[in-house]
Design a protein around this ligand. Sequence first.
Ligand code: 4NP
Length: 167
Amino acid sequence: MSMSGTRPSKEPVGVLFVCLGNICRSPLAKALFIHYANEEGTIDRFDIDSCGTGDWHVGQDADPRTISVAIKNALPFSHIARTLDHADFDRFHLILAMDHANRRTLLSRGAPKDRVHLMRSFDPRLKDVTGPELDVPDPYYGGESGFDLMYDMLRAATRGLHAHLMR
Ligand code: 4NP
């Protein structure tokens, strides 16, 4: 999708980041995208949020390890977890799944196929990659290094996404 197409310039582009629990990957993706949009002066053009396909953590702050990785990288971060709502399919033009399982769940819940994309498909280094390599692995049950890897993957993919939307 291009920012300059037929969409009226005043209507914000809805961008929703989706993972399983909404306490690790998608909150970090949201914070990174907000950070780049602020840096580029484009924040007013977007309606940005994140959610989980699961509801175990609704109302909670992010995982402490997600907060730590944000602090370590001086990334402004605040979060309250929420779960996917059917109204999200109208509100958001781009729905970014962190992995193939999230994508499958979104489609099974009725998300419009043309709005659902894998997050890492916007990483310019992965232009010709398909399959599980496009997943941002779920770091929840792993160690701290998984959170650093998640940060690096999401940094590249959210930058790529922002560049794509500005094209
Ligand atoms: P996320 O990670 O989907 O990146 O937020 C997870 C967080 C919590 C759980 C699973 C994944 N959980 O099973 O509670």
